[in-house]
Design a protein around this ligand. Structure first.
Ligand code: GDD
Ligand code: MG
Length: 371
């Protein structure tokens, strides 16, 4: 089976993590985010993946390579300018087979896509949308179906007044099985949205939905969901290859990284070369990347601290994301969904809170910010 993955957005909501790094290769737990999607697809028999890139494609390619590390053959196409979700698919046309999967590139899931392909075949559909139930469909594509799965309506980012009388909100998971004939509905060379310009026209013409209830699914595009997705991977709420690295306590502590007297509780992954001092405390779900140092008396809770960052004595990091090579000064508090970009240097006695985003390379002197 073949798959096309769209990686075109600028990932604005995940800035500053995505300021210089495209969303698909932002580190997620212990690997580039796209690694999770590729490993999941490989596990369902996908061998050939085409990545349709609109933004920083060479960087993505440099990290993911030919895909062999993740069990697939990976090729890249790069649009000359953003073509929208359908335009990006059209741009990959020459490489596509008669039937293929199309995926949004920001989905963490363990959905059984094999079942979706089987339904597609059974119904003779032109397109089959993977569907998942959510409580609030306003940020997604809401899909209405008959009992047999045939789609009767598609509402992208529905307004509140469009929701009346619907008892279960099934949204498009950004996972589609498509026949090649769908490409004939997309004008070449221009920006076309699959959600607003292709699906509505396919309603009644072989568009089906396949609901995956009980599977894990999340669009990882915001700091909140980045942290939630990280926690879910560590806790095993979503089945991923990271699970194989964790023990029964959902921990992996690389050897020699945790000093005697340090307290580690909950789902915690500590990579090679990190150093957690005696008298430091780490509370899961937390990731400490390669070479991260946590000094005596410092606390890290429910956070992601990426490669090469350092947390000084008495500092407190909670519910925060620290990009690679961030320095947090003595007694500084970083909490409340704060996101610090690559190389940010925060001096002593600062407080960063309330979802503050600090852009890469910023230096904040001792006591300079209490937010
Ligand atoms: N190559 C390319 N070019 N890719 C693009 C472009 C483009 O011009 N525009 C968007 N993409 C990619 C994004 O990188 C992402 O992987 C995917 O297309 C979807 O775009 P998002 O910006 O993440 O859309 P969304 O999350 O608001 O909504 C979409 O996903 C929901 C599920 O997460 C829609 O498909 C909804 O219908 C769906 O429910
Ligand atoms: Mg998205």
């Amino acid at each position: 089976m073949q798959a096309v993955i769209l990686v075109g957005g600028e990932g604005t909501r995940l800035r500053p993590l995505t300021s210089g790094t495209p969303k698909p290769i932002v580190t997620f737990v212990d690997r580039p985010f796209m690694g999770f999607m590729l490993e999941w697809l490989a596990g369902h028999g996908v061998e050939d993946v085409i990545m349709s890139c609109g933004f920083l494609a060479p960087k993505v390619e440099a990290v993911l390579g030919d895909g062999s590390h993740f069990g697939v053959r990976l090729r890249f196409v790069e649009e000359p300018e953003p073509r929208g979700t359908a335009g990006a698919l059209k741009y990959a046309e020459e490489l596509l087979e008669d039937r293929f999967l199309m995926l949004n590139g920001d989905v963490l899931t363990d959905i059984d896509v094999g079942a979706q392909i089987a339904q597609h075949q059974r119904t003779g559909a032109t397109g089959t949308l993977g569907l998942v139930p959510v409580a609030d469909p306003s940020a997604y594509g809401l899909v209405l179906t008959h009992e047999d799965g045939e789609v009767t309506g598609f509402l992208e980012k529905p307004a509140a007044d469009q929701l009346e009388g619907i008892d279960e909100y099934l949204i498009s998971a950004g996972i589609y099985v498509l026949e090649r004939s769908v490409l004939d509905r997309i004008e070449p060379g221009v920006n076309v949205s699959i959600e607003t310009q292709v699906w509505p026209g396919l309603v009644g013409e072989g568009l089906y939905g396949c609901a995956a209830r009980g599977a894990y699914w999340m669009d990882i595009g915001t700091p909140d969901r980045y942290l939630q997705g990280t926690a879910d991977i560590l806790l095993g709420n979503v089945r991923t290859a990271v699970g194989e690295r964790l023990d029964r306590e959902h921990q992996f502590l690389a050897s020699g990284t945790v000093a005697e007297g340090a307290r580690i509780t909950g789902a915690v992954l500590v990579e090679e070369g990190a150093a957690v001092a005696a008298g430091a405390r780490v509370v899961g779900p937390t990731v400490l990347g390669r070479g991260v140092t946590v000094a005596d008396g410092a606390v890290v809770e429910r956070s992601v601290v990426l490669d090469g960052s350092s947390i000084a004595t008495g500092a407190h990091v909670a519910d925060a994301i620290l990009a690679p090579r961030v320095a947090v000064g003595e007694r500084t508090i970083v909490q409340g969904r704060a996101v610090l970009g690559e190389g940010v240097d925060v001096g002593a006695d600062c407080k960063l809170d309330h979802g503050i985003k600090v852009f890469p390379g910023t230096k904040l002197g001792g006591g300079a910010v209490r937010f």
